[in-house]
Design a protein around this ligand. Structure first.
Ligand SMILES: [Zn+2]
Ligand SMILES: [Zn+2]
Length: 343
């Protein structure tokens, strides 16, 4: 079968590999869609400390079960979506239901071979934490593969308590930003404003997800304050690896506002300037977000299936596995919303 393996930064190879053997408690799937995201572009450029090469990449996975060995309810023919982040299920955090911050977390495509392959096995530990979801009738594998990033977005908006009547600012108009706009609407936000420094990408995203305003320029803080009659936004979510965006987010939050540092910063430059008195007097809440739990994946798939968060129109490119490098380049250049690979 064909796979796309990471060997080193700048060295991802599409090559032949033997089909994986299904172990006890595992399922094997025929991968139908594995979508790409900014993380794949990051791995392509810089590698990742959790990836020991060679490793089949790809973590936004949907496919069809072809073999199940003592794997409970699963049987050949089942259409499934698979989690990316695998919590251990047994540590103190997992037992408290905080699976997104499990210190033993592993990931598909990092610690285990991922979905840029015709076939892959799903480790028993994924099944043990309910990490495989049945894809509801009526949605395709490509849409189902977007449940993983949407699950992360759902975790972020739960932590930032996005809800009824909120004015919400999303900074960053990539695929994650677009999902944030759609989910905020589904959760009852009053108005959603989309901000980006890249005018072209912002225009493309705004054309799809129709924010109440698309904000661009040097003075984004002033523009948001103007749009909100000087109050600022109830929630500001940074969906960009930008310290400047995080600093602006603090400036444009309303009193008692919540700020989600959804996107992480580069490892070598994670320090920002924060006016502590702003946080103190305005009673701001700053929250993080680290991936998603198996339960978030199940609920995200439900939101896609019931039409609360449509994603089909966000999938702008469908490419065969042989063109995965081109797909990752398209993501890097910011020319796509969602690129999905169809192995
Ligand atoms: Zn991803
Ligand atoms: Zn754990």
């Amino acid at each position: 079968m064909k796979v796309a393996r990471f060997y080193a930064p700048g060295d991802i190879r599409v090559e032949e590999a033997p089909e994986p053997v299904t172990g006890p408690g595992e399922i094997k799937i025929r991968v139908r869609n594995c979508s790409t995201c900014g993380t794949d572009a990051k791995i392509q450029k810089h590698g990742h400390h959790h990836i020991k090469p060679p490793r089949v990449m790809g973590h936004e996975i949907a496919g069809e079960v072809v073999e199940a060995v003592d794997a409970g309810e699963w049987a050949p023919g089942d259409r499934v979506q698979v989690i990316a982040a695998i919590p251990c299920g047994t540590c103190g955090e997992c037992r408290r239901g905080r699976m997104t911050v499990c210190p033993n977390q592993e990931s598909m495509g990092y610690h285990y071979d991922g979905g840029f392959a015709e076939y892959m096995t799903i480790p028993a530990k994924v099944l043990a934490v309910d990490g495989v979801n049945r894809v509801p009738d009526g949605i395709g594998f490509a849409e189902a593969s977007v449940a993983e990033p949407l699950a992360c977005v759902l975790n972020g908006q739960e932590l930032a308590r996005v809800g009824e009547g909120d004015d919400v600012v999303i900074m960053g108009s990539g695929p994650i930003g677009c999902l944030h706009v759609r989910l905020a609407r589904a959760r009852g936000a009053a108005r959603v404003f989309l901000v980006d420094i890249n005018a072209g990408r912002l225009e493309m995203a705004a054309g799809l997800v129709h924010p109440d305003a698309a904000v661009h320029g040097e003075d984004v803080v002033e523009q948001v304050l103007k749009l909100t009659d000087g109050r600022g936004a109830d929630v500001v979510i940074t969906a960009a690896a930008s310290g400047a965006a995080q600093e602006q987010a603090l400036q444009m939050a309303a009193r008692q506002g919540r700020i989600s540092f959804f996107g992480g910063l580069p490892k070598d430059n994670p320090i920002i300037r924060c006016d502590s008195n702003l946080v103190h007097y305005r009673e701001l809440t700053i929250v993080g977000a680290n991936g998603s739990s198996p339960a978030h994946n199940a609920r995200a798939l439900g939101l896609i299936a019931d039409g609360s968060v449509p994603v089909a129109d966000l999938i702008t490119h469908r490419l065969p596995l042989a063109e995965v490098l081109e797909g990752i380049d398209i993501v890097s250049r910011g020319e796509a919303i969602k690129v999905t690979i169809e192995p």
